[in-house]
Design a protein around this ligand. Structure first.
Ligand code: MN
Length: 129
């Protein structure tokens, strides 16, 4: 995804992703704007670890198909244009389909409460289920 890096994306932290992802910050929270907005590119097959957010995370799928799963629920396949409202404290993961990249905007509100609590990786068995 050299192309993504050239457009201002930086590699996502490898310890929290299976596969490669790239992040571009669109809005950085400050004392006035209590909200972070990021553009995130997942290469085919890439997903992030299980995690929670202290406040809502809103995902807007721009390209590809977003694989999204909450713990104890079946995985959802959300098409481009779809929106996911991840509620506070819900354990979940998100990523690309196995065969194509996926791009979503991630909006994290109330960032003064924190951003994310990372957990274990999503196994291939869970990802392919
Ligand atoms: Mn999330």
């Amino acid at each position: 995804m050299e192309d993504a890096e050239q457009k201002g994306f930086k590699p996502a932290p490898a310890e929290y992703f299976s596969g490669k992802a790239f992040i571009k910050s669109l809005i950085i929270a400050d004392e006035v704007t209590n909200c972070n907005v990021n553009d995130v590119v997942f290469e085919a097959g890439c997903r992030n670890n299980w995690h929670t957010h202290p406040s809502n995370q809103i995902l807007i799928v721009k390209e590809g198909v977003c694989y999204y799963q909450e713990e104890g629920q079946p995985m959802q396949k959300v098409q481009a244009g779809g929106v996911i409202n991840v509620l506070p404290g819900i354990k979940h993961w998100h990523g690309a389909s196995p065969d194509a990249p996926m791009v979503h905007i991630a909006i994290n509100i109330n960032t003064d409460k924190g951003l994310v609590n990372w957990m274990e990786p999503v196994s291939d068995a869970v990802y392919k289920s």
